[in-house]
Ligand binder design. Sequence first.
Ligand code: C2E
Ligand code: CA
Ligand code: CA
Length: 528
Amino acid sequence: MGRLKRPVINPFVRMQCCMPLQVADALKDPRFENNPLVTGDPRIRFYAGMPLITEDGTGLGSLCVIDTKPRPELSASQLSILKHLADLVMARIMSLRERSFIDATTGLLNSERLANDVFLMQERTDYANVILVDVFVLSYVKDVVKALGFSFFNQLMVETTRRLQGFLPSGTHLYKASQTRFAVMIEDADGDLCESLSTGLLEALRDPILCDGIPIQTQAAVGLLPLHPGVADHSNWLRLAISASDYARSLSDNWAWFRLELDRAHQRSFALLGGIASALAADDQFRLEYQPKLSMVDGRLTGVEALLRWTHPELGRVGPAEFIPLAEKTALVHSLSLWVMEEALRQISDWRSQGLELTVSINISAGDLESPVFVERLQQAMQRLDVAPQWLELEFTESVLIRNPGVVNKQLMRLRDIGVKVAIDDFGTGYSNWSYLRQIDASGLKLDKSFVDGLQANTADRHMAQTIIELAHKLGFRVIAEGVETQEDYDLLASWGCDEVQGYLIAKPMPPESLFNWLAQRPELTAN
Ligand code: C2E
Ligand code: CA
Ligand code: CA
């Protein structure tokens, strides 16, 4: 959204200000005799133009009479007719322009007009502020529209408008900034007025809004953006105000001033997401590290977990806990998972050619099992690289099981049929449906690190961990404790019969060459 652009106008118009311009014979007028419109087509000789100027002084062009023959200047009455026609044209233009600045549902000034007015206010004062009121989260809007229809939602916005306008001081414009957002512009040097208006607007929305007899509770959050010079780059003012209101939603009082860190975090996320595709195409940005898992019964190696690492060309090393949740919000996660799967299979086959046979676990995201593509590609890659399914294990979190259970279940059954193992990661943190776990025939449960962290200090965690291990055993599951850092935790887990252990106590994740050397120095871990 930008401000209105000034149109490019012809040279006759450029000569005019508010007065009519008349040129009886352009070829005899030194200002125009060399003009291409005079020397070439349409070979203008006579020109009489009345400027078309908006109320705010913007020249849009002119209404003109031209001829290819010279003529005497217009008489006073002819000029007055031209002026009258120009006024009519301007009235029509202004009414069209006003209409395109109105939000059809609420009748409020729309986002385009807001953009324009933000620009004008910034030119007028150093103390402009935008107050952005976001009344609903988008997922809620989707649900309302699905259940009650678009016209209900539109009516809800009309009622919301009424509420907000009822609170605003007269003379303060309310704008509709987007589907769920309203905005107000305020001149305020110290921010006090902005803050009191924000709390007032939130208060106005506190009681449910009655719409067609149905009470609807808004989820309002207010973002405040000072447009004072030097505070931030204001060319993206709407995005900045939105990040403030999004942040405000996480606060108890639901309003917040824009903070530079909010935008930096957003820009970093944007840079990360934007960089994933090229990182997949480059061969030096993504790589896998491998962390060993040991049996607590005989101390031998049971396998390794592959963990993704990214060295971003500008941002340096970025952890998977940062970029994977971002990728999971987009379709990029599928390409990432396919890359990890291919790379892990290639590594398994590489190690095998060096005489090392290892089970490798890879992490996959919930969305990977929501279509048959991942399992198909996995099967093809296993064939191509000649890797037997027993050397691969897929780790996924319980959240997979509640999303789209029909399709996911089918894919999990396929994995079981082809002989690929599956393990449930971060076990105990989500929705644990034990009977479902039995159905999918998981080979192991990874006890979430948060329980392991609390083993020494927290009695509840200790009981939880012990109970999960016992119950898992009764149902025939192997339990892997992850994130084990101390010998005390190791001993406690071993005394409860935990099957496997992974954590810094044993080894940190490492590049494949290092793992090879690490194992070479510990032959007892892999000896037959
Ligand atoms: P996760 O699957 O639970 O992996 C275990 C995480 O704990 C890893 O962090 C690992 O480096 C770390 N860890 C292992 N032992 C210890 C320990 O003793 N102490 C501490 N403090 N940490 C330990 P990392 O590598 O940063 O990965 C974080 C998460 O990112 C993983 O959690 C997993 O959910 C995700 N992730 C990593 N690689 C991939 C991948 O290839 N695909 C997908 N979809 N997710 C991945
Ligand atoms: Ca994992
Ligand atoms: Ca985990």
